[in-house]
Design a protein around this ligand. Structure first.
Ligand code: FES
Length: 575
């Protein structure tokens, strides 16, 4: 970064100097004296050329260590522009600096304006400005990528953008105005033209040949270095393929095989799986973080840079930075932030009083054909039936270990896993579905005389990372879960109507719970907010879910006992 800042300062001062041409070319030359004083003294020289050497060596190194060339357009543009700069700028550097240092050719603004902008503005002028324009754009993108993870960047970004556009515009206008003045002076004073042409050994063909050869050799060296880097990448890829790889498994079931040594973020990029990575994989933003669902015990330890970021977040040990995590065995990961996360979202998530982020299972349950329930019925009766329904569902949820979080009309949203791990959260949600089926059956049996037909319910379950936070106004605030997972669970509940079943549950919930749902029909559905289809299971009846994780339902639903406690009397722990 430091080398980039030195180079950016150089271009910045160059443009500032060009802008003085809006006053006069003499003003440009005055600025040029200052410019030379800064960059041609020993310290400035070492800083400038040292930064150049370091920056472009690092660029080649980055090109080598990058395991794929799939990247965001802005990073791709920065890389492409960065590779163009040395090839384009070498002529200017040789013509100005090398010729001054070794051949005593001291060109000041009047010479440059004359040679480039008076004699050959269409080709040399445009090329010259393109070189600095490219360098400026490359630098601005680099600064943007660096600053965008800073808290207050969004506030100052519009001002910086305006400045980034204004300065080169002023510089271009300055150069054109300065060139006009030089041309006018030549027209009025032929001696001025003569003086322009007498510049040290500027006309010496040997010197010109030497300088041209330097440029050509630089181009050859630069192109060779680039080719060598690409060859080295190819050799490495072959070697890695020989040594086998690991699988990274995503929540939607996609699995990506990568060579050992690549990060989880590399895997996402390779497979074209959208993955938030605001800082571009430099362990600065934490937006790439994932929860490791399977393979936790074989993860490599956190490097200090990763540990520092995760400690700042207060993340538990299952949360890792995808850009730093290089799995040595198969892992199943859950990206925690949406791919399109911006820094504003990120800072919201990091506010401790805004809530905490954790993996939970969300269950939605709703009464089917509820409008028929309220038709031709006294309001008191409706309230009575709904409260019996809420009691049946609520007690099933709490018995399973969850929390009935919101009662919305004739539906309930429940959260599982507020204090447990992902596996238990999902198992609890599945058990709640079984118990809801049973309890609603019991309720139907008890209210057989009140109901024209038994109540039916639809249940949707999904799991993943949500924000648990307190929302609302003063004493009306409630703690709840927000995030994509909640919307998906609600959507799965809606799907029960379409599939005419009682329960739709995402495959991820079964996998995370360690409960086999393979006996139930599988479907793939497109859910808003998810790019890839979501794999779900269609379950006719919640009680049909089995497994040794669950308690035994002692009697068949709808043929209940006369228990006094709606929960404990009906449940027997299986041993
Ligand atoms: S991409 Fe920013 S920390 Fe991983």
């Amino acid at each position: 970064m430091a080398s980039g800042l030195v180079l950016f300062s150089y271009v910045f001062l160059h443009f500032l100097n060009h802008s003085l041409g809006n006053i006069s070319f003499e003003a440009m030359e005055w600025g040029g004296v200052l410019h030379e004083w800064i960059w041609r003294n020993p310290v400035g020289t070492v800083a400038l050329y040292g930064a150049f050497a370091i920056h472009f060596s690092l660029a080649f190194w980055a090109l080598y260590i990058r395991r794929h060339l799939r990247m965001g357009w802005i990073e791709g543009l920065r890389l492409a522009l960065g590779l163009l700069i040395p090839a384009l700028i070498v002529q200017h550097a040789v013509g100005q600096r090398l010729s001054y240092t070794y051949f005593d050719i001291h060109r000041v603004y009047r010479h440059v304006l004359f040679n480039i902008w008076v004699q050959n503005p269409e080709i040399a002028g445009v090329r010259q400005f393109a070189v600095f324009g490219i360098a400026w754009l490359h630098g601005c993108i680099g600064l943007h990528l660096w600053l965008r993870v800073k808290t207050h960047y969004r506030k100052v970004a519009p001002v910086l953008l305006a400045f980034a556009v204004l300065l080169p515009t002023m510089a271009l206008l300055g150069v054109m105005h300065g060139a006009q003045q030089v041309a006018e002076k030549i027209r009025l004073d032929p001696a001025f033209l003569l003086a322009l042409r007498q510049i040290g050994r500027g006309g010496d063909p040997v010197v010109a040949g030497t300088l041209t050869a330097v440029v050509h050799w630089f181009w050859i060296g630069f192109a060779s270095a680039l080719v060598l880097v690409l060859i080295a990448r190819g050799v490495r890829a072959l070697l890695e393929r020989r040594h086998g790889g690991v699988r990274v498994i995503y929540p939607d079931g996609r699995s990506v095989r990568i060579p050992k040594g690549l990060s989880v973020l590399d895997a996402s990029r390779r497979a074209g799986i959208p993955h938030a990575s605001l800082c571009g994989g430099r362990a600065r933003c934490s937006t790439c973080r994932v929860r490791v669902l399977l393979g936790l015990e074989r993860l490599p330890p956190q490097a200090p840079v990763e540990a520092r970021v995760l400690a700042r977040l207060g993340a538990d040990r299952a949360v890792r930075l995808a850009c730093q995590l290089k799995p040595v065995a198969d892992v199943s990961v859950w990206p925690l932030l949406p791919p399109q996360t911006t820094m504003a979202d990120q800072s919201l998530l990091n506010l401790s009083d805004s809530g905490t982020e954790r993996f939970v299972a969300i269950l939605f349950v709703d009464i089917r054909r509820s409008t028929e329930l309220v038709e031709n019925r006294l309001p008191f009766d409706v309230v009575f039936i709904l409260n019996r329904f809420f009691e049946a569902v609520g007690s099933a949820i709490t018995a399973a270990g969850g929390t009935p979080n919101q009662f919305i009309g004739d539906g309930v949203m429940a959260i599982f896993g507020a204090e447990t791990g992902a596996e238990e959260a999902c198992a609890q949600a599945l058990e709640a579905a079984r118990l809801i089926d049973w309890h609603v059956g019991e309720m139907n049996h008890a209210l057989a005389n009140e109901l024209p037909e038994p109540l039916e319910v639809g249940i949707g379950i999904h799991g993943g990372e949500v924000i648990i936070g307190t929302l609302g106004y003063r004493e009306h605030a409630t703690t709840t879960a927000i995030g994509e997972v909640v919307h998906i669970a609600s959507r799965l509940q809606d799907l029960t109507k379409e599939y005419d079943c009682q329960l739709v549950v995402s495959d991820l919930v079964g996998t995370t719970a360690g409960v086999s749902l393979e006996v139930f029909p599988m479907r793939e559905v497109q859910v808003r907010g998810l790019r890839a289809p979501l794999t779900i299971r269609v379950v006719d009846n919640g009680a049909a879910i089995g497994g040794d994780k669950f308690r035994t339902l002692p009697v068949e639903a709808g043929h209940g006992s006369n228990r006094s406690d709606p929960v404990s009397a009906t449940l027997v722990q299986s041993s």
